[in-house]
Design a protein around this ligand. Sequence first.
Ligand code: ZN
Length: 205
Amino acid sequence: MTHRDGERRAAAPPMPGRIVDASRLDLDAAERAAHELLRAIGADLDYPGLAETPRRIAASLAELLTPAEFTATLFRNERYDELILVRDISFQSLCMHHLLPFHGVAHVAYLPGDCIIGISKLARVVEAFARDLQLQERMTVQIADWLEQELSPRGVGVVLSAEHMCMTIRGIRKPGARTVTSAVRGKLRSDARTREEFFSLVERC
Ligand code: ZN
């Protein structure tokens, strides 16, 4: 739909490549499975404080894996031809290998073509892709793909910096270690000046 001021709302933007289909979520089955998992790890299921834990586990997973619906508010670009960057978008996700959280910040930029997107929507895109069983690498690419498809921009840059609980509280146990991933497209990939500008803006955070 196009409004007089050039605003266009693209309802329910497609989110290809999701691992979890939230519409198939079965809370009762998840609760029963959480109960069995607690039993399998040797928990005393008669202990009073554990009575509601299976329900809470199911509800927590449902919350972490269900993306919030949002509409992509697009506007006609009025001659702005420099980078648009939103830095420090915090996110939390679940790693698909351990079901342990990873959390950090995303920096999302694009070089607009004919349209621009409401800046808060950049945070919503990050949030939507975070609520899945994820790999940081995949999430980075998905955000960049989404921006390319929805905005047809002249360039896209995405950097994610995150701490993964599966390597800070278990395994090699290196608290504070951060994993940084990036995806750059269009002019941000091919034009050295634009690429450098993007990474220098990100590094200043
Ligand atoms: Zn992991």
